[in-house]
Design a protein around this ligand. Structure first.
Ligand SMILES: O=C(O)C[C@H]1C=CC(=O)O1
Ligand SMILES: [Mn+2]
Length: 362
C-alpha cells in the first residue's frame, strides 16, 4: 500500500482527498514471469464499500491462498476459482486479474488489449480533467492552463457538496468562461434526491453542460429511469454500475444514456468488457472512467478502453496527473489532449522500486 501526495486537495461531495492511497499487487508464476496490478478507491470508505485496507486484506488473506492452487497462466480459470470463494470485492479482484493479464501478455509478448478483446482499435484516448479545487476562480485558471498546454479540453466538475443552486452557479461561471472550446460535465456522486435532480438537471442543461454523472443514489434505478426520461441532458451511471448484471439492470430500465466504465468497479478488465457489451447492445454511450488510479491501474484501464469500438464520451484517465509523485519507471505520455496507450507486452509499464520504498505505508 502506498500513500501518494496529490498536487492539490481534490474536493468531492463525500470527501476531500489530500493524498491517494493505492494497493499494488505483484505476482510471480512458476515460470518466473511477473505481473503487476493495482486496486484503488477514493476517499477511504466514503465512495464505496471497499477501502485500501480492505483491498489489501481481501488479497492477502483470501485470494493469495487460492492463487497458490492455480496455474497462473490460466487467467479465466484462476478468476473463476476466486469468484467462487470471494463475493464482491471488485477492486481487489481487479488488482489480481490485472496482474494475471500483465503476466500473460509478457509471457507471449503481446499487450493486454490483444488478450481481452482481440486487439485495440485506437492507440490514443481523449482524457478529461476534473476541476475540484472547490474555488471557481482557481478552477477557471486551472482549466485555461490545461487548454493552453493542450492537455485537456473536457472538464468534469465535482458538485453536490453545497446547496445545488450555489453549485450550479459555480458550474455556469466555468462554462461561460471556457465557452465552446471545452466540454463541461458534472459529477454529483449521488448527492441529490429526485426533486433536486429535476431542478438541477434542467438548470445544468440551460447552462450548456453536456452530461450529468450519477445525480442520485446508484441503487435508485427507478429514479434514474424517470430522470433519464424527463431530461434532454444525458444522465451517466457511475456508482450504479458494479459489473455486468448491474449494467444490464440499468440498461433494462433505461436508467442512463451513458455508462462510466470502470475496471475496478466492474471487477476487472474482462468484466469491464462485458459491461461495455451491455452498453453497446442497449445503445448506451461509453465513457472510460477512473478511480483515480496511479500508473498501473490507469494503464490497465487504457488497455481495455483502446479495444472499444465506440467511446463517444472519451475517458478521464488522468489519475497519475493528480499525483505529485510518479511510480512508473517511464511515466505515461499525455499529448494533444490524449493519452498514448502503452504498446509493450502486458500492461506496457514497470514500477520504479525507489518510489515504492519511499511511499510504502509501514
Ligand atoms: O467518478 C468518480 O466518481 C470518481 C473520480 C473520477 C474522476 C474524479 O475526479 O473522481
Ligand atoms: Mn463518478
Amino acid at each position: 500500500m502506498l500513500d501518494l501526495p496529490t498536487i492539490r486537495p481534490h474536493v468531492l461531495s463525500m470527501a476531500t482527498m489530500y493524498q491517494q492511497s493505492i494497493v499494488l499487487f505483484r505476482l510471480r508464476s512458476d515460470d518466473g514471469v511477473e505481473g503487476i496490478g493495482e486496486g484503488t478507491t477514493i476517499g477511504g470508505m466514503s465512495y464505496g464499500p471497499e477501502s485500501p485496507e480492505s483491498i489489501r486484506l481481501a488479497i492477502e488473506t483470501y485470494i493469495v491462498p487460492l492463487l497458490r492452487l492455480c496455474d497462473l497462466s490460466r487467467v479465466a480459470e484462476t478468476m473463476l476459482l476466486i469468484e467462487k470463494h470471494v463475493v464482491g470485492n471488485t477492486i481487489a479482484k481487479c488488482a489480481v486479474e490485472t496482474a494475471l493479464l500483465d503476466a500473460a501478455g509478457k509471457r507471449i509478448g503481446l499487450p493486454v488489449s490483444d488478450l481481452i478483446s482481440g486487439g485495440r482499435v485506437r492507440s490514443t484516448l481523449p482524457v478529461a480533467w476534473t476541476l475540484a479545487s472547490g474555488d471557481t476562480k482557481l478552477d477557471i485558471a486551472e482549466a485555461e492552463a490545461m487548454l493552453e498546454a493542450r492537455r485537456h479540453r473536457i472538464f468534469k466538475l465535482k458538485i453536490g457538496k453545497r446547496d445545488f443552486r450555489e453549485d450550479i452557479a459555480h458550474v455556469a461561471s466555468i462554462k461561460k468562461a471556457l465557452g465552446a472550446q471545452a466540454s463541461v460535465r458534472v459529477d454529483v456522486n449521488q448527492a441529490w434526491d429526485e426533486t433536486t435532480a429535476d431542478q438541477g438537471m434542467a438548470m445544468l442543461a440551460d447552462a450548456g453542460v453536456d452530461l450529468v454523472e450519477q445525480p442520485v443514489a446508484g441503487h435508485d434505478h427507478a429514479v434514474m429511469s424517470r430522470l433519464s426520461a424527463r431530461h434532454r441532458i444525458p444522465l451517466m451511471a457511475d456508482e450504479a454500475l458494479h459489473g455486468p448484471a448491474s449494467a444490464f439492470a440499468v440498461a433494462a430500465t433505461a436508467g442512463a444514456r451513458v455508462f462510466a466504465l470502470k475496471i475496478a468497479q466492474s471487477g476487472g478488465l474482462r468484466a469491464g468488457r462485458d459491461v461495455a457489451g451491455v452498453a453497446m447492445a442497449a445503445g448506451i454511450g461509453l465513457y472510460g472512467g477512473t478511480m483515480l488510479e496511479a500508473g498501473v491501474g490507469t494503464a490497465a484501464s487504457a488497455q481495455l478502453f483502446a479495444t472499444l469500438p465506440s467511446l463517444a464520451w472519451g475517458t478521464e484517465l488522468f489519475g497519475p496527473l493528480l499525483l505529485s509523485e510518479e511510480i512508473l519507471e517511464e511515466p505515461l505520455v499525455y499529448r494533444d489532449f490524449e493519452l498514448i496507450v502503452p504498446n509493450g507486452p502486458g500492461l506496457g509499464v514497470s514500477l520504479d522500486e525507489r518510489q515504492l520504498d519511499r511511499f510504502r505505508r509501514v
